[in-house]
Write a protein that binds this ligand. Structure first.
Ligand SMILES: C[S@@+](CC[C@H](N)C(=O)[O-])C[C@H]1O[C@@H](n2cnc3c(N)ncnc32)[C@H](O)[C@@H]1O
Length: 310
């Protein structure tokens, strides 16, 4: 299986992609697929591009930054796993909780890699509402995600978005804008939410996370959520169908990992309670989340955890 890091993305960083009408209010599960008849030629050209993981995720979340190819690919996955949009929403809810937890713990700098297309409750909005001078760097391989992030960050001097590959951590760490905004002498929260399953090769994934964590000073944190092999059994026909959709229709390969493989990402860090758990079990101090998966935790789809560097 090709590594997710080999992805080649079409599009232009800094450009803008606006789709035609979408099923934005449907939560990505149902509703009308749009036609290209209502948009201009340039837009139609962009709509013929292959699907991307970022825009498919936007669709699961009910966003508007997706094209017909993304929606078609996403619907194929939803046909295999109807809970996919619920998993995406749970993932987002975990991200919000962990970011609020980190802001409460005094973290003032956030490096969010695989940050995705902006949607409700972006990291900078959550942290800067509580700590106005908090700094946020968004990193994504997808030009649409970066372009849309740059658009909403206009006028915000304390948050930036850059286009880079998680699998090239040195480039991220040495990026002049990253160095300018983040102080690597002060704690930084490294957020890897729903991105490591796009680095299917275990050795590469551990190496990349290790190199990023090594660059962080003591008091920093690592937050991870990623697809669970206990939910998406690697040998299962449905899982294979999902992997095939990503491999054939996007430039991103995907793979799930067991809980023990997930725990290994936190080697050398102190795991914050309750450790690596199902997404919805990661605690929420303000509200008790109901179990959205009908008592069957394996339907949850992703493991989540937070570690602290001593
Ligand atoms: C499922 S979305 C998660 C978005 C956000 N982190 C969240 O949890 O809501 C995964 C994102 O990771 C990005 N991505 C995938 N492979 C990547 C890589 N090698 N480097 C950087 N970003 C990557 C995709 O473009 C997409 O925007």
């Amino acid at each position: 299986m090709a590594a997710g890091c080999d992805a080649v993305y079409e599009g232009r960083p800094g450009g803008h992609a606006r789709s035609g009408p979408t099923s934005a209010t449907t939560g990505g599960v149902s509703g009308t697929m749009d036609t290209v008849g209502q948009v201009g030629q340039a837009e139609q050209g962009r709509q013929r591009k292959p699907a991307t993981a970022a825009r498919m995720y936007d669709y699961y979340l009910g966003g508007v930054h997706n094209f017909p190819a993304d929606r078609e690919a996403a619907e194929r996955i939803i046909a295999q796993f109807p809970l996919f949009p619920a998993v995406a929403r749970e993932n987002r809810a975990f991200l919000h909780r962990v970011v609020r937890h980190l802001a409460g713990a005094g973290v003032r700098q956030f490096l969010d890699i695989g940050s995705g297309i902006p949607t409700v409750g972006n990291v900078h909005e959550i942290v800067q509402a509580e700590v106005p001078d908090a700094r946020v760097v968004y990193v994504d391989i997808d030009p649409v995600a970066v372009a849309e992030s740059l658009e909403i960050l206009e006028g915000n001097d304390l948050a930036i978005a850059i286009r880079a590959d998680l699998c090239d951590p040195q480039r991220i760490l040495e990026h002049p804008q990253v160095r300018e905004l983040l102080d690597f002498e002060q704690p930084i929260a490294l957020l890897l939410a729903a991105v490591l399953h796009f680095v299917p090769d275990d050795a590469k994934a551990y190496e990349v996370v290790g190199r990023l964590v090594d660059a962080l000073p003591p008091g920093s944190y690592l937050a991870i959520s990623a697809a669970a092999a206990e939910s998406f059994a690697p040998s299962g026909a449905q899982t294979q169908a999902v992997i095939d959709v990503y491999r054939q229709r996007t430039t991103t390969s995907a793979a799930s990992r067991t809980k023990s493989k997930m725990v290994r990402f936190f080697a050398g860090l102190e795991l914050v309670a309750p450790g690596v758990v199902w997404l919805y079990q990661w605690p929420d101090p303000e509200r008790a989340l109901p179990d959205p998966f009908g008592g069957d935790a394996t339907r949850c789809g992703e493991w989540a955890g937070l570690g602290r560097k001593e």
